[in-house]
Write a protein that binds this ligand. Structure first.
Ligand SMILES: NC(=O)c1ccc[n+]([C@@H]2O[C@H](COP(=O)([O-])OP(=O)(O)OC[C@H]3O[C@@H](n4cnc5c(N)ncnc54)[C@H](O)[C@@H]3O)[C@@H](O)[C@H]2O)c1
Length: 406
C-alpha cells in the first residue's frame, strides 16, 4: 500500500465501529486513531481497528484538537453526536493550525447539525479549515440502490422518460444512546435522525445519474410528525429505565414518527414527488429500509431486510438478546432475516471507498458539507410544515433561523 490515507475518527461509538469494520473492504487507507471524550471508547474503537487489521497502530486521542494536530493523521471522520458538530469542527480548526501538512479531508456524519443555522456554521468552519469535505450519507452507496438506480435510468428512463416518484422509508424501534432521545443533544427526533437518509436517497434516485443536485429544485414541503409509541406511559417509563433516568420522554418528547412529501421541479418544468417516512415506533425483525422508484413504464423496489438469507429458531432455542443477525434486531426466535455483510449492504464500504479516493485526489467528493446543508433545509421545512399545518417553500430564507424546539 503506497501512502495510504491515515484516517482519524472523532467519536468512538456505534457508527465509528461500523465504519472501522467497513474498512476491511477499502483499499489504500488505515485507521490512525480514534478521539473520544471517553478514553475507554477511544481505546476500544482503536483496539477494534487493530484487531481486524485495518489500523495496526491505531491510537486513542482525548480530543478533536489533538487528533487534528497529529502529523500521523491525514483525514478526519466526524462521528460524535449531533450537538458536538460545531465544537468538534472548532477543535479540528484549532488543531489543524499546528500542522505542517494540511488535512486531506474531513467527513461528517449525518445530520450535518441540529438546525440549518448550525449546518451553515459547520459549512463555514469547513471552508475556514480549507480541506475537502464529505457528507456521510451511506444510502447513496448501498449496492442495491446504486445498481437499481443505474439500471432503471439506463434502460427505463432512457426509453420511456424520467422517473417521477420516489419513496423511501427507514424505520426501527428506537436509537441505542440516550442523547438521541433529547432535543438539546439530538436537535430533534426521528425526522432529523432518519429522514435525513430517506429524503436524500429519494432525491438522489430521482436525479439523473451525472446531473448536479440543482437539476431538481425542491419547491414545496409538507410533513407530519407524531408521537405514536414512546409517549405512552408504559413505554416512556421503559425508556427512562433503560437510560438510567436520563431520558424523560413523557415530559420532553420530540417525535417518533415523521412523514414528508416534497414536490420537485425539473429544469424543463416537470413536477416530481418524493414521499418519505421514518419511525422509531416500528417493531419488526430489525431495521426496515424500503425504497421505490417509479416512472412511466417501469419501477424499482428495494427491501434492504431481504438480503437472501432467512434463519428460523424454534421456541426451544433461547439465548441472549443481541444484534448479531441484523442491526436493531428485535427478536432471537422465529423466522429472522440475516444480513451477511451489513457494512457493505448499508453502503458504508462504498461510502468510505469513495471518500478515501476523493481525499487521495483520485476523484471529486460527490457529497460535501454543501449537500448536508441542503438536506437540513428540507428537514427544517418539514418540521415547520408539521408545526404550522401548512406547505412550506424550502427556499424561504427564514428557515435559516428556524429552530423546531425552541
Ligand atoms: N449513517 C448512519 O446510518 C448512522 C448510524 C448511526 C449514527 N449516525 C450518526 O453518527 C453520529 C454518532 O452516532 P453514534 O450512533 O455513533 O453515537 P454513540 O452514542 O454510539 O457514540 C457517540 C460517541 O461520541 C463520543 N462523544 C461525545 N461527544 C464528543 C465530543 N465532543 N468529541 C468526541 N467524542 C464525543 C461519545 O463519548 C460516544 O463514544 C451521530 O451524528 C449519528 O446521527 C449515523
Amino acid at each position: 500500500m503506497n501512502n495510504p490515507l491515515r484516517i482519524g475518527f472523532i467519536g468512538g461509538g456505534f457508527i465509528t465501529r461500523f465504519h472501522i469494520q467497513s474498512l476491511v473492504q477499502v483499499r489504500d487507507c488505515v485507521v490512525a486513531g480514534v478521539a473520544d471524550m471517553s478514553m475507554d471508547a477511544a481505546e476500544s474503537a482503536a483496539a477494534l481497528a487493530q484487531s481486524i487489521g485495518v489500523g495496526p497502530e491505531a491510537r486513542a486521542f482525548e480530543s478533536a484538537e489533538a487528533i487534528a494536530a497529529d502529523p500521523e493523521v491525514d483525514a478526519l471522520w466526524v462521528c460524535a453526536p449531533n450537538h458536538a458538530r460545531i465544537p468538534v469542527l472548532e477543535g479540528i480548526r484549532d488543531g489543524a493550525m499546528n500542522r505542517a501538512e494540511p488535512l486531506k479531508g474531513i467527513c461528517a456524519e449525518k445530520p450535518l447539525a441540529r438546525t440549518l443555522a448550525e449546518a451553515l456554521e459547520v459549512q463555514a468552519l469547513g471552508k475556514e479549515i480549507g480541506a475537502p469535505t464529505g457528507y456521510l450519507e451511506d444510502m447513496l452507496f448501498a449496492p442495491s440502490l446504486v445498481r437499481g438506480r443505474e439500471v432503471l435510468w439506463r434502460r427505463g428512463a432512457a426509453n420511456a422518460g424520467r422517473p417521477y416518484l420516489a419513496r423511501a422509508s427507514e424505520e426501527h424501534g428506537g436509537p441505542h444512546s440516550a442523547w438521541f432521545w433529547k432535543k438539546e443533544t439530538a436537535g430533534g427526533g426521528v425526522l432529523l435522525d432518519m429522514m435525513c437518509h430517506s429524503i436524500e436517497a429519494a432525491r438522489w434516485m430521482l436525479t439523473e445519474p451525472g446531473a448536479p443536485r440543482d437539476s431538481l429544485t425542491p419547491i414545496e414541503v409538507s410533513a407530519t410528525c407524531a408521537n405514536l409509541k414512546w409517549i405512552q406511559p408504559k413505554y416512556s417509563a421503559q425508556l427512562s429505565e433503560k437510560f438510567g433516568g436520563e431520558v424523560d420522554w413523557a415530559a420532553d418528547p420530540t417525535e417518533d414518527f415523521a412523514r414528508a412529501t416534497v414536490k420537485w421541479r425539473t429544469e424543463d418544468g416537470q413536477i416530481l414527488l418524493t414521499e418519505t417516512s421514518s419511525s422509531w415506533s416500528y417493531v419488526g425483525a430489525g431495521l426496515r429500509h424500503a425504497f421505490q422508484l417509479l416512472g412511466p413504464e417501469y419501477s424499482m423496489e428495494v427491501d434492504m431486510a431481504d438480503a437472501g438469507v432467512q434463519v428460523f429458531f424454534s421456541r426451544e432455542v433461547t439465548g441472549d438478546a443481541g444484534e448479531d443477525l441484523v442491526e436493531k434486531q428485535n427478536a432471537e426466535q422465529g423466522q429472522m432475516p440475516l444480513i451477511p455483510d451489513e457494512p457493505a449492504h448499508y453502503g458504508y464500504s462504498g461510502e468510505n471507498r469513495h471518500f478515501v479516493d476523493a481525499f487521495l485526489g483520485r476523484t471529486e467528493s460527490s457529497l460535501t458539507f454543501d449537500d448536508g446543508v441542503e438536506v437540513m433545509r428540507l428537514l427544517m421545512a418539514a418540521y415547520q410544515s408539521s408545526a404550522e399545518g401548512r406547505t412550506i417553500d424550502p427556499s424561504d430564507p427564514s428557515l435559516e433561523s428556524y429552530a423546531p424546539f425552541s
